[in-house]
Write a protein that binds this ligand. Structure first.
Ligand code: ZN
Length: 223
C-alpha cells in the first residue's frame, strides 16, 4: 500500500492535468478550486436522518471527487477537506456533544483503491474521529441492482463497535446519494446502543435516478 506522502510526491513529480476540467499542468486549476467553495445545506435521508452537505456532486466537482477517489489523487484531499470540514462543522453546531464516526469503505472498495477516501479527508480536517463502524459482510456491487435489491443488499452491511453504546454520533461519509448507506449506519449504531443524531457529507447527488451519477462512486451503493 502506498502512503499518502508518497502519493502526493508522485503527483508533484509527474505532470498532472486539472482533476476538474483537464487544463494542463495544474493538479487543480483556480477555477475548479473555486467550485469547491462549500454551500452547506441540510438534507434528509429516507429514514429521517438530517445530513449537512456542502457540494453538488455534478460536472467539475464530480470529476474532482472521482479523480480523488478512483485515481488515487490523494493530493486533492487538501482541497476537498474544506467543504467536507464545513459540512461537519454545521453538523456539530447542532450536536456539539456528538462523536464523529466515519462510514467505512466497503471491503471491495478498499481493495480496489488501497485507501479509504473518507478517512483521508477526515484526517485533513484535523477533527478527532473514532472508527466505530466496520463492514459486517461483503456487499454486492450496488449499481448492478434495482432499487429494492439495493435496500436488501445493504441490510446488516455495517456493524458498530460496543464502545458506541450510550454515545451520540455524527455520521460522516463522502457522498450522499440515496441515503440508504447512512440509514444502514443509523441502524448499526442503534443496534450497538448508540444514537446517530445527524450526518455530514462532502457532497450530495442532485439527480438520484440518473445512473451515470453513480458511476465509479459505489461503495455501499453509490453512497
Ligand atoms: Zn480546472
Amino acid at each position: 500500500m502506498i502512503s499518502d506522502a508518497l502519493r502526493d510526491a508522485r503527483a508533484l513529480l509527474f505532470p498532472v492535468d486539472c482533476a476538474g476540467c483537464g487544463a494542463p499542468d495544474r493538479g487543480l486549476c483556480d477555477d475548479c478550486a473555486a467550485l469547491l467553495r462549500p454551500a452547506v445545506t441540510p438534507r434528509t435521508t429516507p429514514g429521517g436522518l438530517v445530513v449537512h452537505t456542502a457540494l453538488r456532486y455534478e460536472s467539475e466537482v464530480r470529476r474532482v471527487i472521482l479523480t480523488f477517489k478512483e485515481e488515487g489523487r490523494t493530493d486533492l484531499a487538501r482541497h476537498l477537506s474544506w467543504p467536507f470540514g464545513e459540512a461537519i462543522r454545521a453538523g456539530l453546531a447542532e450536536h456539539p456533544e456528538a462523536l464523529i464516526v466515519p462510514v467505512p469503505a466497503s471491503r471491495a472498495g478498499y481493495r480496489r483503491r488501497g485507501f479509504d477516501p473518507v478517512r483521508i479527508l477526515l484526517r485533513r480536517t484535523g477533527r478527532r474521529f473514532e472508527r466505530m463502524l466496520v463492514p459486517a459482510r461483503t456487499t454486492a456491487v450496488q449499481k448492478s441492482l434495482g432499487r429494492l435489491e439495493r435496500a436488501d443488499n445493504l441490510r446488516d452491511a455495517l456493524a458498530a463497535r460496543p464502545g458506541v453504546a450510550g454515545r451520540s454520533v455524527l455520521l460522516v461519509d463522502d457522498i450522499l446519494t440515496s441515503g440508504a448507506t447512512l440509514d444502514e449506519a443509523v441502524r448499526a449504531i442503534a443496534a450497538a446502543g448508540g444514537e446517530a443524531v445527524g450526518g455530514a457529507t462532502m457532497a450530495f447527488t442532485p439527480r438520484l435516478h440518473r445512473s451515470r451519477d453513480m458511476t465509479g462512486t459505489e461503495d455501499y451503493g453509490g453512497d
